[in-house]
Design a binder for this molecule. Structure first.
Ligand SMILES: [Zn+2]
Ligand SMILES: [Zn+2]
Length: 800
């Protein structure tokens, strides 16, 4: 009587050979040959990852009445078992009248894999009660199950069966027997089987050696370990862990160190099991060799086992091992290398609980770690509590501030450092030069330059590059020139030259940028991609279109520079500004990349400047499709659509801006007066001298309007009255900074402003008027370039 299970498959009709199936599984068609069993076997292998497939083949097997063929049934059992359908596998087995050994083993293995050890043993009993063949493999698996459930009696039964059958010398079975007997402390019996084996695998060696170590018969363990090596069997981490334990057991530190050396030869120094055994051993034997501790702890951290490293450290402490801060510092360095804030915090907490005193080395490592993770408040809190801070401590804190955009705070910290009488090193100073460049702080920059000179650091390429950049960004091209002049020819590399070319470009000295480029080539330095970006930008800022076009072609033909998206965007910008919109458009079309938003933005700006509404709208549509990330572009987009009178799109752009939550980065302007930097935000009223500043702004407004200035409110996107828009314009940060500059500097002197964003059209226009009215030269560095306003004109010729 078939089991209900097979009724499921009754729907499948018996099919003739070579005819495709019309069973419920008709989506699969089987072509059956003359030897269906063999064909079904290969079909089962084909469907081995698919339960439905296996079931459908099973159905065909049943209807073809070949279900009792042992080899096929064995494959079927294996297929179900490997898919995790153990109950189906068992049903197939149950259908076979006299199952042979392979099919029995297949089921037994299934139980073991699912860790159903008691079921496996019950199955083995069933095999015996039905007088089925219990071969070496079946005994092996059954014995393993006995080991897992610690059933000594049953295990001994199985061993007796094996011995009676004379199969106990099978390598795998013997290995299991040794392991089983060792687990129950039957060393003599295990050793007898072991000694009788001709082939012993590493598992077998490991169980006998491990067994002797557990039984504290260390000499036997050592003897067998040397035997193992003599036979050329390569130890595994488990073997070595046992041996380390044995060294601990015989309390022989020298032997332990030899084993440690052997572990290193085997390249197992990073293995967690081995490491943990080593730690236990060294701890128990009271060795305080911190060099090896550090190596082991670093081994953990560098392999990402931070938790294990901590555990190791705690274990050391638990074992009353002396642990100096060097170990902990190495851990902190490892965390800093990967900027792992969470691990760093954990480690810090650990150091605190373990009662380490915060000394300068530990403090510095913590400051460095937190700085690298950008966790500045944490860094500063440790910094302020660290005793005897040295130059490395200060530098770690200072570089942390500078690199995380806190240039002003970095400069403040430097004055504190000087007050404490700590001499700065080259790293401190170069990071300060960058901070001065960022802030446009010429006075502080000059002081740092003097420091570099006094300490003999001024002539390294890295520092010179930073100085050139700093002077250029502070608006002092002639100072940058002097640095270039003093730099030794042999030392100049491409980065230094790029910074020279870039600084000329920033100030609109296109011809000087080109001259520098030629000199660079004469001195044998090859240009790279950045060189050409700087050159094209320089041509762009100086209106040198033809030179730019020639450079772009020579770059491709003579210098074989990879055509990057950035270079294309620069070139599109150059053509667009010059009004060569057709060429720019063609370039965007034929770019070897998907049109990038940078190129499209450049083209869009050109369309706005040159009032090409049709192309502008086309470009704007493309940009909208790409999804714009730069909030500044929305202003241009809405202007273009407004000019084209496409009000629905104007609304759409504004909606997009609101939806995306895109707010413009708050604009701010900086001005340096005396030794202090003053920062102004838009519509800022926080300055202590606000009433005086407001008065000057009011006066300026009256004067420029009298001179013919008409406000251009197109950059104000808010839906407010025209008069409110004008009021918003007069709150722009650069106007407040200029007013404060007029208030705080002697008549006729130059006013220098740093603006973080691009100067808006109206501020640019109004500054021109102001420069004429107050008869002052006003230099504004915005996000794009330098503007030298003088007598009603700007050096940029309105290209920026
Ligand atoms: Zn403005
Ligand atoms: Zn300008």
């Amino acid at each position: 009587m078939p089991s209900p299970f097979f009724l499921v498959f009754r729907v499948a009709r018996k099919i003739p050979s070579r005819v495709s199936s019309s069973s419920p599984f008709s989506s699969r068609s089987f072509s059956l040959g003359d030897a269906p069993a063999g064909r079904f076997s290969s079909l089962l292998q084909e469907f081995s990852k698919d339960v439905v497939g296996v079931k459908s083949v099973h159905a065909q097997i049943v209807v073809n009445d070949i279900g009792s063929e042992q080899s096929l049934a064995t494959v079927l059992v294996g297929a179900y078992r490997d898919l995790g359908c153990l109950e189906y596998a068992r049903k197939v087995f149950d259908q076979i009248p006299h199952p042979e050994a392979p099919i029995c083993t297949a089921v037994l293995v299934g139980y073991l894999r699912r860790e159903l050890y008691n079921e496996a043993l019950a199955f083995f009993e069933l095999m015996r009660s039905r007088d089925l063949e219990t071969d070496d493999r079946a005994c092996n698996f059954a014995l393993k199950a006995c080991s897992m459930v610690s059933d000594y009696e049953r295990g001994m039964d199985i061993i007796n069966i094996a011995v009676n059958k004379g199969i106990q010398r099978n390598q795998f079975l013997a290995s299991s027997m040794v392991n089983f007997l060792m687990n129950f402390g039957k060393l003599k019996e295990a050793r007898m089987i072991f000694d009788g084996l001709r082939v012993r695998d590493v598992v077998c060696w490991n169980s006998i050696i491990g067994g002797y170590v557990q039984a504290r018969q260390f000499n036997d363990a050592f003897f067998l370990f040397f035997e193992m090596c003599k036979y050329g069997v390569r130890p595994t981490p488990l073997t070595m862990a046992s041996m380390i334990q044995a060294c601990e057991g015989v309390r022989n530190l020298d032997l332990g160190k030899s084993v440690h050396g052997f572990v290193l030869c085997l390249e197992m120094g990073d293995d967690v099991l081995v490491l943990t055994s080593l730690v236990n051993m060294y701890a128990k034997l009271g060795d305080v060799n911190l060099v090896s501790w550090n190596a082991m702890i670093s081994g953990y951290v560098q392999n990402g086992f931070v938790h294990e490293a901590f555990e190791l450290v705690s274990q050391l402490l638990k074992n009353h091992c002396r642990l100096d801060s060097g170990t902990v510092v190495s851990l902190l360095h490892d965390c800093a290398l990967t900027a792992n804030f969470e691990s760093g915090k954990m480690l810090h907490g650990f150091i605190y609980r373990a009662g380490f005193e915060l000394d300068v080395i530990l403090g510095t490592a913590l400051v460095d770690l937190y700085s690298k993770c950008g966790a500045l408040s944490w860094a500063f809190s440790v910094f302020s509590r660290t005793p005897n801070r040295n130059v490395i401590t200060w530098t770690a804190m200072l570089v942390g501030l500078a690199q995380n955009g806190h240039a002003e705070e970095a400069l403040w910290l430097f004055s504190d450092m000087q007050q404490e009488g700590v001499a700065a090193n080259s790293i401190t100073l170069v990071s300060l030069v960058h901070s001065c460049a960022h802030l446009g702080s010429l006075k502080k920059g000059k002081i740092i330059h003097a420091y570099l000179l006094c300490n003999g650091y001024a002539l390294s390429v890295l520092n010179m590059t930073a100085l050139i950049d700093m002077y250029a960004k502070c608006g002092k091209v002639e100072h940058a020139d002097r640095v270039i002049h003093y730099s030794p020819v042999s030392e100049k590399d491409v980065v230094l030259w790029n910074s020279i070319i870039g600084s000329y470009g920033m100030h609109g000295f296109g011809d000087r940028a080109l001259a520098a480029f030629h000199q660079m080539k004469e001195e044998g330095v090859s240009p790279n991609e950045s060189t050409f970006v700087s050159l094209l930008t320089a041509c762009n800022h100086s209106g040198m279109v033809e030179e730019g076009v020639a450079l772009f072609h020579s770059m491709q033909n003579d210098h074989k520079i990879r055509q990057s998206e950035k270079l294309y965007a620069c070139f599109v910008d150059l053509l667009s500004r010059a009004g060569r919109l057709k060429e720019a458009e063609a370039l965007v079309e034929e770019m070897p990349f998907n049109s990038s938003s940078a190129s499209l933005e450049a083209l869009l700006n050109g369309c706005r400047t040159h009032k090409n509404v049709a192309l502008g709208v086309k470009t704007a549509d493309k940009l909208l499709c790409l999804g714009v990330a730069n909030p500044g572009v929305y202003v241009v987009l809405s202007n273009i659509y407004a000019v084209a009178r496409q009000w629905d799109k104007v609304d759409h752009v504004r909606q997009l801006m609101r939806q995306c939550g895109l707010k413009k980065t708050p604009g701010y302007s900086l001005i340096e007066i005396g030794n202090q930097l003053h920062t102004f935000l838009a519509a800022d009223s926080s300055h202590p001298q606000q009433p005086e500043i407001d008065e000057i702004v009011d006066n300026l407004k009256t004067e420029v309007e009298a001179s013919g200035y008409v406000p251009d409110t197109s950059c104000i996107l808010r839906d407010v009255d025209e008069s409110v828009k004008v009021k918003l314009l007069w709150g722009h940060s650069e106007r407040l900074a200029i007013a404060f500059g007029l208030l705080s500097t002697p008549a006729g002197s130059l006013i220098r402003i740093i603006k973080n964003l691009r100067v808006c059209n109206d501020c640019h226009n109004v500054t021109k008027y102001i420069s004429k009215i107050v008869q002052r030269e006003i230099v504004v560095r915005d996000a794009n370039r330098f503007h030298h306003f003088k007598n009603g004109k700007c050096s940029c010729n309105d290209y920026w």
